[in-house]
Design a protein around this ligand. Structure first.
Ligand code: GCU
Length: 427
């Protein structure tokens, strides 16, 4: 009996273990121990940051380095030449409203990496290059789109009966299973393009997944790599993929590459924030329900904690991050500093009221505490200091809403992102 219990525990995936923690976490505001956030506006040598120049030339680079060293790890400096190959073009996609392209991105010097397949939808008849949302998917291009001629991903996928993943592979029935999170017709209808890729094209999302992906290929020790403090984790690698899409979009005449909005949900929201922090070509940064390790304040013990996430998903982060599992106070950064790395670019943080695991209030607070950097640039953040009522979006350069419902991406979320992107991209 005991043995089988032990065996069951050993077979639990990080995903299952995290799920099991949900009922045990703290959801009581009065039980959050007092905490002090690390100083955003003081440099390592103790100087106050009071000008844009101080921020740009001193503090911002410091904060970026801190996130590399302590949270997400360092993206390698070189991966050689990036190759783009257009695999297919369909000019009458979405009933003639859009052109759909499939583009294969590979690395000329690293044929060991199988590459990533980008699906791009561009509105037809727009008359000018389109602004574009860029984001990773959980289920692959065939899951984002309901169009039957989108090739089924052949890559490893996390087990999921409801999504008809069989033996870690998508099946015909998996088509469209993420389409409610990507309302393509609505986005296209408002004059925006969408570029997306399956995050598993970079590496499978499991503890040993890196051995079969980009991180092993780019490491000199390949699958024998011993990840050291400061080396990149999976979030860093997935974010790298988003930047390679930006590389491609800069060559794509139908896209206005000065108007790219990076977007992600949940673990992929953590990814979009980290992509936006490192790559300023993303002119807008959007975090949908990104929670712990994303927009949520690390030091608040509410919902998922550093201790839980570093135990269930250690592979997402750099090794050092695990050392803060029971001591978040020792970490030299908190997530308001990640939001500040987007400045002065507009950033949008979205929560859902039923997504307590992601700590909606903690997500709100990170945006609020990033405001001093926006103020340096003469920009207004939220314009409010308390979390707004449900379904009441707020903010100018920093946008926020907490919507009705659960952990998900809904049309309501997209309506706000589209308004936000229109407002800022037309400036
Ligand atoms: C788990 C994990 C979260 C993550 C989420 C997701 O719940 O604990 O940190 O955001 O999965 O990506 O769906």
């Amino acid at each position: 009996m005991r043995k089988s219990l032990l065996l069951t525990l050993m077979l639990l995936t990080g995903e299952d273990w995290a799920e099991a923690q949900k009922s045990k976490a703290n959801y009581d505001e009065t039980k959050i121990a007092p905490y002090t956030l690390p100083e955003l506006m003081v440099t390592a040598d103790g100087t106050k940051v009071s000008t844009v120049e101080d921020w740009k030339s001193k503090r911002r680079p410091e904060v970026l380095e801190l996130f590399k060293d302590h949270v997400y790890g360092r993206t390698p400096a070189d991966w050689g030449q990036v190759k783009f190959e257009t695999l297919a073009v369909k000019k009458d996609a979405l009933g003639g409203k859009a052109t759909r392209k499939l583009i294969q991105i590979t690395l000329a010097d690293h044929p060991g990496w199988k590459g990533m397949e980008v699906m791009l939808y561009v509105p037809n008849g727009l008359g000018h290059p389109a602004p574009c949302f860029v984001g990773p998917s959980f289920g692959g291009n065939h899951a984002v789109s309901t169009e039957k001629d989108v090739p089924l991903s052949t890559r490893w996928m996390r087990p999921n009966k409801e999504k008809f993943i069989v033996d870690n592979r998508a099946t015909e029935k998996s088509r469209g299973n993420e389409s409610s999170r990507w309302p393509l017709e609505m986005i296209i209808g408002q004059g925006f393009a969408v570029a997306t890729y399956y995050y598993g094209d970079i590496e499978p999302d499991q503890a040993e997944g890196w051995k079969d992906g980009l991180r092993a290929v780019l490491s000199k020790d390949g699958a024998n790599t011993e990840w050291k403090d400061g080396d990149w984790g999976a979030i860093g690698a997935w974010a790298w993929g988003l930047s390679r899409i930006a590389d491609y979009l800069e060559t794509e005449g139908d896209i206005d590459a000065k108007k790219l909005a990076v977007i992600g949900h949940s673990r992929l929201g953590k990814t979009s924030l980290w992509a936006g922090a490192q790559d300023i070509r993303f002119g807008i940064v959007i975090s949908n329900n990104s929670g712990e390790g994303g927009a949520a304040t690390m030091r608040r013990n509410f919902g998922e904690t550093t201790a839980i996430i570093t135990k269930s998903f250690p592979h997402w982060f750099t090794k050092t991050y695990s050392s803060y599992s029971d001591n978040a106070a020792a970490c030299p950064v908190d997530q308001h500093m990640l939001i500040a790395l987007a400045a002065p670019r507009p950033v949008y943080i979205a929560s859902a009221v039923g997504d307590e695991w992601a700590d909606p209030k903690g997500e709100f607070l990170s945006g609020l505490n990033a405001e001093p950097v926006y103020e340096l640039y003469g920009k207004q953040g939220y314009g409010v200091s308390a979390q707004p009522a449900i379904d009441t979006p707020v903010g100018d350069a920093i946008g926020y809403h907490v919507r009705t419902g659960k952990h998900d991406v809904t049309d309501y979320d997209w309506e706000q992102y589209l308004k936000f992107a229109k407002r800022h991209f037309s400036k």
